[in-house]
Design a binder for this molecule. Structure first.
Ligand code: PLP
Length: 471
């Protein structure tokens, strides 16, 4: 403890006078000394460690990229019915390896998961007048994939414990316009898929899975993303494995796979060559992945299991320690029939029990040197395009006639759980990643304990930022 530093803080005006009183209060309630003062209240942080950035690129990726560059073939697609309709050698190797590792018939690579989600909706021939039920707690692309095809997203509520779609709320959203359910395996934790699949079968709906955050998470005997009609994974730079930008769509269905390939290529140019029936007319957007990204993704795929294992080990440890130590924090759900791959690590925070507002808590833990964030994004329907019901200028597209004549609601309050649950979440986005260790988890526990024990001093300093963030 830097006593000189603390003394200076104590002599520094009326705010520090309140601090002095708070420390006195702390010391009468408990036995802490100034050494225990939270960093935000003038103490020393638990750690000054610089947590290294998540970098899993090594010699294998560098060699693979150089081989592509040396070959001079950076992409080898043809928009015609030739073998190159499905891309060059690395693209095809990546797709074969992905399909084999995930035990699924087809993997179709694209330039992003956003592209793959849009292509998935298009491949199911979903468009004007159709509704796609999805989660309001996700990244925007999940829902805009429906919009990009002219279909209307309908937001069902989530389960408070898992943050994933609540099957009962999904059932209540089904109308005669519903064509698909787009689930999101949020944060790396699989949705309860059995009731979703039953509901879809009952109403003859497609099930699309946004597994962007959940590569190789398991639901019962299957992988998340490989249960519905089409699943989508992301290989963007934030994900567990990456190639810069990239996405993979997977399916068991030969016809859907072919349509995905046509859409990611220039499908309209080769419909005749492939002898597609008129009913399957479609256009392609060139959503192709290059040989460079495919070469990197192949190396990364080989590391997926190890990288997931590392995150799971850290998360299991942290969950155990949080459960032992803090009754104001509830670690992520983990049902016996599922695995979690912890794209991020959400924790339910009970501010009343903690005796500290959520932003002050998170800010104080950050000040201890631990990267904890507070609050999740607001539900998607709070975005302007939904509130104004117009996704193109002020045309109303595609929410009004002649495109759509339904009565979807984006009113505040339609998903009360989704609206409330994000407000009481704190989460680690980067802490539970290689090369961080169990010792780093202990630093996090220490920081949380110090902040909670020092709540009186923190309340006195009253220095919380107004908004947390999650991007
Ligand atoms: C749940 C979810 N869906 C879709 C996407 C879009 O992925 P991409 O950046 O590969 O387009 C992301 C990316 O952050 C995501 O987290």
């Amino acid at each position: 403890m830097d006593v000189a530093h603390t003394s200076a803080a104590l002599e520094d005006g009326p705010r520090s006078y309140r601090l002095k009183e708070a420390i006195a209060a702390m010391n009468t309630v408990k036995t802490e000394t100034l050494t225990d003062l939270p960093a935000l209240a003038g103490g020393q942080p638990v750690t000054r460690k610089e947590f290294p950035p998540y970098n899993t690129i090594d010699d294998a990726e560098k060699r693979a990229v150089m081989e592509v560059l040396d070959s001079g073939v950076l992409s080898a697609y043809l928009g015609s019915p030739a073998p190159e309709f499905k891309g060059g050698p690395r693209v095809r190797s990546l797709e074969d390896a992905w399909a084999e590792q995930f035990g699924i018939k087809h993997a179709v690579s694209m330039n992003s998961a956003t592209s793959a989600l849009c292509a998935a909706v298009a491949a199911c021939q979903i468009g004007y007048g159709d509704e796609v039920i999805t989660s309001p707690l996700t990244m925007t692309a999940t829902a805009t994939a429906a919009l990009a095809n002219g279909a209307v997203p309908v937001f069902a509520d989530v389960e408070p414990d898992t943050l994933n779609l609540d099957p009962a709320s999904v059932a209540a959203c089904v109308t005669k316009r519903t064509r698909a359910i787009m689930v999101v395996h949020l944060a790396g934790y699989p949705v309860d898929m059995d009731p979703i699949m039953e509901l879809a079968a009952k109403h003859d709906l497609y099930v699309l899975e946004d597994a962007a955050q959940s590569p190789a998470a398991r639901y019962k005997s299957q992988y998340a993303g490989c249960i519905g009609h089409i699943g989508v994974f992301s290989l963007n730079c934030h994900k567990t494995i990456q190639c810069g930008e990239g996405g993979i769509a997977v399916t068991e269905d030969d016809d859907l796979a072919m349509r995905l390939c046509l859409i990611r290529n220039h499908g309209e140019a080769c419909l005749d060559g492939f002898d597609r029936p008129d009913a399957e007319n479609l256009i392609g957007y060139n959503l192709r992945m290059t040989e460079l990204e495919a070469a990197i993704a192949l190396c990364q795929l080989a590391k997926l299991e190890k990288l997931n294992e590392g995150r799971i080990e850290l998360a299991n440890y942290l969950s155990k320690r949080i459960t032992e130590e803090f009754d104001c924090l509830r670690p992520p759900n983990l049902a016996a029939d599922r695995s979690h791959v912890y794209y991020f690590y959400p924790v339910a925070y009970d501010a009343a029990r903690a005796g500290l507002p959520i932003d002050l808590f998170a800010h104080a833990v950050q000040a201890e040197g631990i990267p904890l964030l507070a609050r999740w994004n607001k539900p998607l329907y709070h975005l302007r395009i939904y509130q104004q019901r117009s996704a193109r200028g002020q045309t109303g597209w595609p929410f009004v006639p002649p495109w759509y004549d339904g009565s979807v609601s984006y009113d505040h309050g339609i998903c009360p759980v989704a609206e409330a649950v994000g407000e009481s979440l704190v989460f680690f986005e980067t802490l539970l990643r290689w090369p961080n260790t169990i010792e780093d988890m202990e630093l996090a526990v220490q920081a949380i304990r110090k902040v909670l024990d020092g709540r009186h001093a923190l309340l006195a300093v009253d220095d919380a930022p107004s908004e947390g963030k999650k991007s």
